[in-house]
Ligand binder design. Structure first.
Ligand SMILES: N=C(N)NC[C@@H](O)CC(=O)C(=O)O
Length: 376
């Protein structure tokens, strides 16, 4: 993609600039080396291809869903009656949700801050956005006037870039409020694989609440699968939105080979790979935090975060300045203004560093960031 010489318009355009750099710690996609268990899955791809040719895709899809959802503790996901739609990515799933919601509502409450392709997709279908501050979301019941003013509440959990997880009791209370006010509760759980606090059975809570709900799951953030991934678009029986119809406008179905690969990576995850991944991310987080611990003015805003990105507060320094100085070293992080989609200035002094990278890449980037910061 060709980008204008000026500052990129959205976070993903910043991420494009980093795509071909050896020290790309910008996007939240998984770029660390394969583990031995994952390498074995890659070696199996020819057999998975032959198997996918022979078997019905719905059988392969059902097995992939079951293994992936079980790995994440989501035992009550709706395996039957077509309520799980497999998409090429979670953003495709989100576009289908947005187009569907726009046929029935004109406003949506969206967690603030969060990754800016979410508000961009929602605005793109004409929805009016109402910011839902994280502290309000996690603090207790939402204001009734908010619930009366929107057709949906959209929550990214764990959130990006903060890592904050919606607890089971908060989800239960929020779902009850949404049921009472006939508001569609939508969750983007793309980062849930990294945080076991997000592994309680969300679908059991949602189904029991009786609310109308949609969940967007993403296999793409967890494993280094070269952008081979699935976004699962899951919904309640009573969601009352044309999800299947709009899905059919966009695609017929996804690759059974990718579904089989997801199943095998999830089996590896169940067999210890997920615990290993959590340790790996924690190790990279420690490398970054340790290297910057004594830099004046630097703090870590999300001490409790376990997701594969880390937000660094730069004190008086501007994220864009530090991002540009890092770029001189051929190191790429992500400035945080555009996460604050309603009030960008709130993100002006922060930078996000990706942790799904090799430990040496994280260490080199931390070193470069340290020297850039000490010079300011
Ligand atoms: N459709 C888009 N824009 N994809 C980029 C997105 O996956 C990156 C991301 O979520 C992150 O860097 O945290």
């Amino acid at each position: 993609p060709v980008l204008a010489a000026t500052t990129p318009g959205n976070l993903t355009q910043f991420e494009y600039l980093a795509l071909n750099s050896p020290l790309n710690l910008s996007d939240g996609h998984a770029r660390q080396p394969l583990t031995p268990g994952q390498s074995r899955v890659v070696d199996e791809l020819p057999e998975l291809w032959a198997d996918a040719v022979k078997r019905p895709v719905e059988e392969i899809e059902r097995q992939a869903c079951r293994t992936y959802f079980e790995m994440l503790g989501q035992h009550s996901y709706p395996a039957d009656d077509g309520r799980v739609l497999s998409c090429y990515s979670s953003s495709v799933a989100m576009e289908i949700f947005a187009r569907s919601l726009a046929t029935a509502a004109d406003a949506i409450a969206l967690v603030h801050p969060t990754f800016d392709n979410i508000p961009d997709i929602l605005r793109g279908v004409g929805l009016r956005l109402v910011p839902l501050e994280e502290d309000v979301l996690h603090g207790g019941d939402l204001p009734v006037e908010l619930l009366r003013s929107v057709g949906s509440v959209f929550v990214t959990t764990p959130n990006n870039p903060t890592g904050r997880v919606l607890s089971e009791e908060r989800l239960r209370a929020l779902a009850a409020q949404c049921a009472e006010h006939d508001v569609v509760l939508t969750l983007d759980t793309s980062f849930r694989g990294f945080d076991t606090r997000a592994h309680y059975d969300h679908y059991a809570v949602l189904e029991a609440s009786g609310c109308r709900w949609v969940v967007i799951e993403d296999t793409g953030k967890l494993w280094p699968t070269l952008e081979l991934k699935i976004g699962f678009l899951v919904s309640s029986t009573n969601v009352g939105l044309p999800l299947a119809k709009i899905y059919s406008d966009i695609l017929l179905g996804v690759s059974p080979l990718v579904l089989s690969m997801v199943r095998r990576f999830a089996e590896d995850g169940i067999g210890g790979g997920l615990v290993e991944l959590h340790r790996f991310i924690a190790g990279n987080r420690a490398i970054l935090r340790d290297r910057l611990a004594d830099v004046p003015g630097v703090t870590f805003t999300d001490l409790d975060s376990r997701v594969s990105v880390e937000r660094v507060h730069l004190g008086e320094r501007l994220g864009l300045d530090v991002w540009s100085a890092l770029r001189e070293h051929n190191v790429f992080a992500l400035p945080c203004q555009q996460f604050h989609w309603a009030r960008p200035e709130e993100g002006a002094h922060s930078l996000r560093v990706a942790l799904s990278r090799s430990p040496s890449a994280v260490a080199q980037a931390a070193e470069a960031l340290r020297s850039v910061l000490l010079a300011r």
